[in-house]
Design a protein around this ligand. Structure first.
Ligand SMILES: *[C@@H]1O[C@H](CO)[C@@H](O)[C@H](O)[C@H]1NC(C)=O
Ligand SMILES: *[C@@H]1O[C@H](CO)[C@@H](O)[C@H](O)[C@H]1NC(C)=O
Ligand SMILES: *[C@@H]1O[C@H](CO)[C@@H](O)[C@H](O)[C@H]1NC(C)=O
Ligand SMILES: *[C@@H]1O[C@H](CO)[C@@H](O)[C@H](O)[C@H]1NC(C)=O
Ligand SMILES: *[C@@H]1O[C@H](CO)[C@@H](O)[C@H](O)[C@H]1NC(C)=O
Ligand SMILES: *[C@@H]1O[C@H](CO)[C@@H](O)[C@H](O)[C@H]1NC(C)=O
Length: 381
């Protein structure tokens, strides 16, 4: 029998068969074997790479919120970070598009899939301003996000950044992304929540610009990838509670194009026990900005946040493209898809909300100026 060290796969066998009289070949065989083991190890790691939200250090977290600062704070790539352990905002050490970094670490299973077509992994990328060229038709939702999952867990990352992430590129941050402020919410869910997430997305009706469907996609999520199966009867909205892997409850609001009303004053505030402070994009092209809404007939008002204070500086809503709202006393905070624009009443979109005092305080304290009720609204409350 031919004694070939290069074919030996265990250290024990290697030493027994080669150690005494084949010292040089043993070392060569040992190196070959270690290379094989390392390769096998990294393949193993890839398929085990968990599909969860990850922080700047690459550790798994249940959820996080990012607030990217506008250009003017440095090069427009700095961001604030918050998760369940930070008790409010912390300034990140990395850049928003940097690798490693919070987004790069979170998107790693997607980047791995580009290389290895990881078994069981699937994703949907959606954006009304997709990364390659033209805008999606306005019949699609005004919404942007990333869904990734395997057979155990997945993430739903909703955000406000046009052309993010760049098409099938590990250099995922688009050049246009530095100008304005942007928000991101990442939540880790077990895979059994994605049927419900798919149902919410059917109302939002996003423009899916890239996807890979795995056998673990529930039907609703497949429909979302294929852009089929829209809501057919009123009510043209849907609210549901989603359970994160860490046991937090997230309230998801979604409206379909036929809803024909503002997301905040027409839907979210109706579900709240107090007035809502809303931050959204303060430029609306040919459409008009909706004023703060203070109808005497409605118990709670909706105030536009005209200025926020981030890192000791004031930011108007004309260079902050983020979308969020807070109900400060009851502790609800939502990260949303839509602006308070007349033209977005008939767009699909939604918001994902968390009830957490530290989060609500963090958003409430950055409000520097809210638009008062319009003089026409006679305040009787
Ligand atoms: C896409 O929409 C954005 C925002 O409304 C606008 O600034 C941009 O000019 C549009 N691009 C095209 C190619 O229509
Ligand atoms: C998920 O898939 C992996 C690899 O295909 C398998 O080893 C594992 O048992 C599966 N887990 C569950 C919860 O189905
Ligand atoms: C979340 O958990 C609650 C009970 O804690 C349950 O009633 C609800 O159905 C769960 N939601 C989903 C989408 O699984
Ligand atoms: C979140 O933080 C709170 C307070 O710091 C803690 O009590 C709770 O266990 C944390 N929850 C999770 C899911 O980490
Ligand atoms: C909205 O209403 C639903 C159903 O009554 C409730 O479960 C959910 O927690 C509410 N969400 C918010 C954000 O208040
Ligand atoms: C914000 O807007 C106000 C009023 O429109 C303007 O006076 C101010 O200069 C702006 N501030 C910044 C930092 O752009």
């Amino acid at each position: 029998m031919n004694e070939r060290c290069g074919c030996v796969f265990t250290i024990g066998a290697l030493i027994n068969r080669c150690a005494v009289d084949r010292r040089e070949r043993t070392m060569a065989g040992y190196r070959t074997m270690m290379a094989l083991l390392l390769t096998a190890g990294s393949v193993f790691q890839l398929s085990e790479s968990s599909v969860t939200c990850k922080n700047e250090e690459g550790n798994e977290v249940d959820w996080y919120i990012l607030y990217k600062l506008p250009l003017g704070y440095g090069a427009g790539v700095s961001y604030l970070y918050m998760d369940n352990s930070t008790n409010g905002w912390i300034k990140s050490k990395t850049n928003i598009g940097g690798s490693p970094g919070t987004l790069a670490n979170t998107l790693k299973p997607l980047f791995d899939f580009y290389d290895t077509k990881t078994e069981g992994f699937g994703y949907i990328l959606y954006n009304d301003q997709p990364p390659r060229g033209e805008n999606a038709s306005t019949s699609y939702g005004h919404s942007k996000g990333v869904v990734m999952l395997d057979n155990k867990t997945g993430v739903w990352l909703s955000h406000s950044t046009p052309k993010f992430p760049k098409y099938r590129s590990k250099k995922f941050w688009p050049a246009n992304g530095k100008t304005n402020g942007q928000t991101f919410l990442c939540v880790t869910y077990s895979s059994d929540q994605f049927e419900e997430i798919g149902l919410q997305l059917k109302y939002i009706h996003p423009y899916s610009f890239d996807y890979a469907i795995s056998e673990f996609f529930p039907d609703a999520l497949r429909d979302v990838a294929y852009q089929i199966g829209f809501p057919r009867k009123s009510p043209w909205f849907r609210q549901t509670n989603l359970n994160s892997t860490g046991g937090n409850i997230f309230s998801s609001f979604a409206k379909y194009t036929h809803f024909n009303d503002d997301l905040y004053s027409g839907l979210i505030v109706e579900n709240m026990t107090e007035s809502l402070y809303v931050r959204s994009w303060g430029k609306s092209g040919r459409s008009s900005l909706l004023p703060s809404e203070c109808n005497p007939g409605t118990p709670h008002h909706v105030y536009n946040v005209k200025q926020v204070k981030l890192l000791k500086r004031i930011w108007n809503d004309t260079n902050d493209h983020s979308k969020w709202c807070v109900a400060p006393n009851s502790g609800w905070t939502c990260i949303a898809d839509l602006n308070r624009h007349e033209s977005q009443k008939n767009r699909g979109g939604g918001a994902v909300c968390i009830r957490n005092t530290a989060v609500a305080n963090a958003f409430n304290t950055i409000i520097n100026k809210a638009e008062p009720c319009p003089p026409s609204a006679k305040r009787e409350l």
